[in-house]
Ligand binder design. Sequence first.
Ligand SMILES: C[C@H](O)[C@H](O)[C@@H](O)C(=O)CO
Ligand SMILES: [Mn+2]
Length: 429
Amino acid sequence: MTNTANIENAFQLAKERYAAMGVDVDIALQRIRNVAISVHCWQGDDVMGFEGDEGALGNGLAVTGNYPGRARTPDELREDLQLAYSLIPGRHRLNLHALYGEFQTPVDRDQIEVEHFQGWIDWAGDQGVSLDFNPSYFSHPKAADGFTLAHADAGIRQFWIDHGIASRKIAAAMGAAQGNPCVNNFWVPDGYKDVPVSRSAPRERLAASLDEIFAVDLPAEHTLDAVECKLFGIGSESYVVGSHEFYMGYAISRNKVLCLDAGHFHPTEVISDKISAALMYVPELLLHVSRGVRWDSDHVVTYSDELQAIMQEIVRGQYLDRVHIGLDFFDASINRVAAWAIGTRNALKAVMAALLEPIDQLQQLEREGDYTARLALTEELKSMPFGAVWDYYCQSVDVPVGAEWLDKVRDYEQRVQLHRTGDLQVAVS
Ligand SMILES: C[C@H](O)[C@H](O)[C@@H](O)C(=O)CO
Ligand SMILES: [Mn+2]
């Protein structure tokens, strides 16, 4: 058990150390309270959704592991999310995929409507959580050959165009209900396993399909369209239609939000270096903070160098109001609520560490060419008592300090998750 007074004392000492460096810890604490992470619903149920078809996950996405306790219904997922949010300091968002609608009868993707998400909208209102959204271009018979919006068949393309249009209406309704924009992110898996002989034709079709989807302007205060690029996927190893260059150009020319997923580039390439460059040309960014291990494996986010670099870039560049921070991982080999808690707490810890840097001083040293001091100070920062500030923040907002949150997950696992045996799909006949 942590001791409240010890945490307070450690915090006061840490505050003095930071003040000596020119950092006002109280300002950092005020700022972190306004950082809302978009927590992805799909970690809770292994990206299965509630369409009732028990269809296998497909189109480049794969979840491995068989840890018990997967959420099988919207109510179970909401209950799990409520526990996760209670373990994470601050007020955060929920990122919902279209296949998580609540359907009483089978509803195909081109027919989804706001009513199928009303349960989520009501729940989010009650919880004080804002929603983000995504059309789902995977795990569907009309995506079985790996193509959707870039399909050579006009009928299949139209089906997916209609899905995209439907998703925008739902996102706009969510934004109107919550009073802030719902970011609606388009990830389209289309690509070839082997080397294509026309790389241009699918790209031309994808651009034309997206243009049709985005033809109607929707109020920016309700919804923002984002587009997510990818280098390769399972089954699209040789060619992905929506590559980085494709979507960078698309987002710039159509004034869209560009989504950068940390797992969607060559393993030696990092998105931390792309943020400032992309923000020179696109209005806003959406990040999918993820962790690729050798490939886009969507491992739970850890407190890695790259996670720290991403948050440093956002804070150092004063981009907190232009970057939407979302998460994207799915691990079925550990407790799924714990996965959310670990990944989201890490993302926030990295934001907090970035907020505790003496940025003006560091940037002045750089301008003056004093790279010796720049390196010396950035290295000293690594052993500053940032953990004491983080613990105090958790305590001050009544969230478990340190690994205390794990006891709550263990208790919930025993009482609730381990009783979820078998697949209990919503009744869709
Ligand atoms: C389920 C998500 O939309 C998906 O993970 C996508 O964002 C992605 O990153 C695909 O590789
Ligand atoms: Mn992603």
